[in-house]
Ligand binder design. Structure first.
Ligand code: 13P
Ligand code: SF4
Length: 302
């Protein structure tokens, strides 16, 4: 089907199903263009709390759709393709947490929302890159178990002065791990006036070179502060920023910083998803209940 017709059909189905499309900032441009709500992980979780539609078609990776389902158990949440998964979330398994908890029984378990519902059920609180520092500061403990992103964990440790025990030991995002000091050097040569905005999932030595270290939502909020930026995160963020601020220049730090899970979703998947009501996100009630407590605590604390 042609793109125009596809969009028309999606709009028709959305109305028929009383559905909305929520999308993460890393989605393909044509999906960003038709989304009812676009945001970072925290904004998407917040928005999920007060949705009136019956159906949420979620253009993002599976843990984000699961979070929406956990917060909206009575609604139908659709993930347009099962291939939309987060490699980092899949690195952390419940047994990693259970094992570490035996060694640090007093330490609260703080989990990035980039986790499966099963592991969230073992968390005291979840965080996103937008609120991790604030939440860890508020916790009444100087030692925390934090996972799965080691780089976000070490960023939190530097900012709060607390001891962070990573779980698993080497959890990371392969997209953000691509950025190196050579990319920083190249960016400075090519765009000498530009400032660097860096996601906290990047390596610590890249973070050290940053003008701002922020979530994707933070990038949107801080972009107004300068007129040229090099963006160290998934490359579609540049589309999102450039559309919002046509008078500011944004350059991707690497053209190949692509999240395969995010890019697995196409407009055609969204169309088929609303047409056939697939793939319905299900979270077992007992896991959902425990995970919801950790997510709600995050929403209260941030
Ligand atoms: P944000 O919360 O900053 O959008 O990050 C989500 C993510 O998956 C980053 O890779
Ligand atoms: Fe997961 Fe990395 Fe993709 Fe974000 S960019 S969804 S952390 S794999």
């Amino acid at each position: 089907m042609e793109m125009e017709k596809l969009v028309e059909e999606i709009m028709r189905l959305k109305e028929e199903r009383n559905a909305i499309i929520m999308a993460h900032n890393y989605q393909l441009p044509e999906i960003q263009d038709i989304a009812d709500f676009l945001g970072d992980s925290l904004e998407l979780a917040r928005k999920a709390v007060d949705i009136e539609a019956d159906v949420i078609a979620f253009a993002g990776v599976d843990f984000m759709a699961e979070t929406a389902k956990i917060l909206n158990p009575e609604k139908t949440v659709l993930l347009p393709t099962r291939r939309a998964t987060c490699a980092m979330a899949n690195m952390l398994r419940p047994e990693h947490i259970i094992e570490l908890k035996k060694r640090y029984p007093e330490a609260p378990v703080v989990l990035y929302v980039n986790t499966t519902a099963e592991t969230k059920a073992l968390a005291d609180v979840t965080v996103t890159s937008a609120n991790a520092v604030k939440i860890v500061e508020k916790l009444d403990s100087d030692v925390i178990i934090f996972g799965p992103d080691k780089n976000l964990g070490s960023y939190v440790a530097r900012q709060t002065g607390k001891k962070v025990i990573p779980v698993p030991e080497h959890g990371h995002c392969y997209v953000h791990r691509k950025f190196t000091l050579e990319d920083v050097e190249r960016a400075r040569k090519l765009y000498p006036k530009a400032k660097l905005m860096v996601h906290p999932e990047c390596e610590p030595e890249v973070q050290e070179q940053a003008d701002v270290i922020v979530s994707t939502g933070g990038m949107i909020r801080r972009a107004k502060e300068w007129d040229e930026w090099v963006v160290f995160t998934e490359r579609e963020m540049v589309y999102r920023l450039s559309k919002l601020y046509p008078n500011i220049r944004f350059h991707p730090a690497r053209e190949d910083a692509t999240c395969i899970g995010m890019k697995a979703i196409t407009l055609n998947h969204i169309y088929e998803s609303l047409r056939d009501m697939k793939y319905e996100v299900e979270v077992p009630a007992e896991i959902a209940e425990r995970a919801r407590k950790a997510i709600e605590r995050m929403l209260e604390m941030s």
